[in-house]
Design a protein around this ligand. Structure first.
Ligand code: G1P
Length: 299
């Protein structure tokens, strides 16, 4: 049972990033020169996904344009002696088949996934949140691949989770479960709560934006009423699914950057820029000077 399809919800309004997101989808925010959503798509492709459905909404046309050819731009680049850049621009999104569907109303993440039912059919499928970058430690497999490896063994829905400080639990879906006797990082889930207050949170394990589902999640979504924020919550549907069949959580080591959060976006940008050979050395020296309170060299 190989997972071939993935759904990437990218329909949220991005209000925490206004005014930047007034005319630009938050998923297109760049980390140096690559949009967040391109990182997500590359993770899916590197994990063996062949087919992706991106759930967009009004004002998100930049996403489709980004993964399409742009002959004028390529022509201009080739004529300016930048053939290599022209190739790179053309190759974006070539590794997977991409489809789009629009969510007409902001009814939440659960509703966005529900829209994928017809496209996905009766197969297991992955979900990658379009505003989350997963950064596994060097040498480890891409985040989604780690979940898919596990899915191929246990054949049950799985969600990646990570530990968060107690004061952050209200930002996430929080899970509660029983550890597997052979692998303490694997939990069989008993209960999931979307955005609980710290006293209500059953643990400090937060849903990290990567999931693999059996198609039964669609039936669970169909009977999920509106939850927190008046939205149809994927977490609530998973709660129902966990009653009907086993659902697991994997507490993984990968770092996760929640790009919907301004501070995490800034951290991700700086960290990735520091790692790159074209920007890293000077940026490191610059930050060191700033932190030492030293004078800015005049250029
Ligand atoms: C969504 C999910 C939540 C999950 C989070 C991860 O919330 O509903 O369970 O923990 O993504 O980023 P959102 O960030 O859309 O509010």
């Amino acid at each position: 049972m190989q997972v071939r399809k993935a759904v990437i919800p990218a329909a949220g309004m991005g209000t925490r990033f206004l005014p930047a997101t007034k005319s630009m989808p938050k998923e297109m925010l760049p980390i140096v020169d690559k949009p967040v959503l391109q990182f997500v798509l590359e993770e899916a492709a590197e994990s063996g996904i062949e087919d992706v459905l991106i759930v967009t909404g009004r004002g998100k046309q930049a996403i489709e344009n980004h993964f399409d050819y742009n002959p004028d731009l390529e022509y201009f680049l080739r004529n300016s002696g930048k053939a290599e850049l022209a190739e790179r621009v053309r190759d974006i999104g070539e590794t997977v088949r991409i489809h789009y569907i629009r969510q007409k109303e902001q009814l939440g993440l659960g509703d966005a996934i529900r829209l994928a039912r017809q496209h996905v059919g009766q197969e297991p499928f992955a979900v990658l949140l379009g505003d989350t970058i997963i950064d596994p430690p060097p040498g480890q497999k891409p985040g989604l691949r780690q979940l898919l490896d596990l899915f191929e063994q246990i054949r049950a829905s799985i969600v990646a989770v990570h530990r968060v400080p107690r004061e952050w639990v209200a930002r996430y879906g929080i899970v509660e479960g029983d550890p597997d006797p052979f692998d303490p990082n694997l939990l069989r889930l008993r209960r999931l709560v979307e955005k609980p207050s710290p006293p209500e949170a059953p643990s400090d394990l937060a849903i990290a934006g990567r999931y693999v589902f059996t198609p039964e999640i669609f039936d669970a979504l169909d009977c999920t009423p509106r939850g927190v924020g008046g939205e149809i919550q994927l977490t609530d549907a998973m709660n129902q699914l966990a009653v009907d069949e086993p659902v697991f959580a994997l507490a993984w080591q990968a770092r996760r950057f929640d790009i919907g959060n301004r501070l995490e976006y800034a951290k991700c940008f700086v960290e990735f820029a520091l790692r790159r050979s074209d920007t890293g050395p000077e940026l490191r020296a610059h930050i060191a000077r700033l932190l030492a309170g030293g004078p800015e060299p005049l250029l």
